[in-house]
Design a protein around this ligand. Sequence first.
Ligand SMILES: [Mg+2]
Length: 339
Amino acid sequence: MSLRFHRFDLRLKHTFTIAHDSRDVQPSLIVELRDGPLSGFGEATSNKYYGITLDRMIDDLEGIRGLIESNEWTTAEDLWQLAHASLKDNPFAQCALDEAAHDLVAKRAGKPLYRHWNLDASQNPITDYTIGIDSVDNMVLKMQELPWPLYKIKLGTPDDLAIVQALRQHTDAVFRVDANCAWTADTAIQNALDFKALGVEFIEQPLKADDWEGMKRVVRESVLPVIADESCIVESDVERCAGYFHGINIKLTKCGGLTPARRMIDKARQLGLKVMVGCMNETSVGISAIAQLLPLLDYVDMDGTLLITNDPATGVTFDFGRVIYADENGTGANLILNS
Ligand SMILES: [Mg+2]
């Protein structure tokens, strides 16, 4: 078995702007576990907010190259556990390694990963397509660029209601909105009323990540479900969200891969929480890994490949929101451009 790294600079279709960052390029690391004729692929993007660079991910994985290339593990869960002691401060690196291990293990078994997990993909949810914050005219243009049945609209501006009202005039699609921590409890409760009438299905992260007092009110009074994102990063956060949110949004890079994500999903179900999985700006490698979880999810936001213009991989494809698996084993992802 050999561990290989592939670095990419992904070009974003639209400039990505949030409070402290604006960028047109997203660096991404693809990890390959090559075993004879089989290769497993996993991915994590860099992240300024979490201080994660491609160099840091590679350094941390190089530190356990011996373990990764050894025969000490046979399942991806084994490797996750063995690697966790060294990678616990770098969930992004752990995610890329874990996805690659799951991909390889399912390829060895000769099955698509979701079938290797005995999941039934007949009722998979459709994915949304994200409309980033921009002028209203540009948001309408972004929406018209890709006709879709379900849009996730990024909010957190002084004009949130006007934005949703304006977008509603151009489509009958279902909306979900992501406030990215920007609202107060009063705003969230009022927006839920207005947005429900405008065909919004749920609100993601209305309040600051640590405003549990505010969320206690919002979860009771909001007429729309509220889903935790910034308030739910790692496994231990799931339990805390019960009673404060109706559901959680899991990101593979932040929690450390498919292995902990599956545990988080199980935990959320025990607690009666809805489950969503979200993405960063991954290529078809990361997005195809997310797709394996679809049978377990209520909602999914896996539009990463639709928001980049130079995907170096193949994998899942999309048909008006529906996710179509590649006709391959593992996650179905393959590199087409090598670095
Ligand atoms: Mg979010």
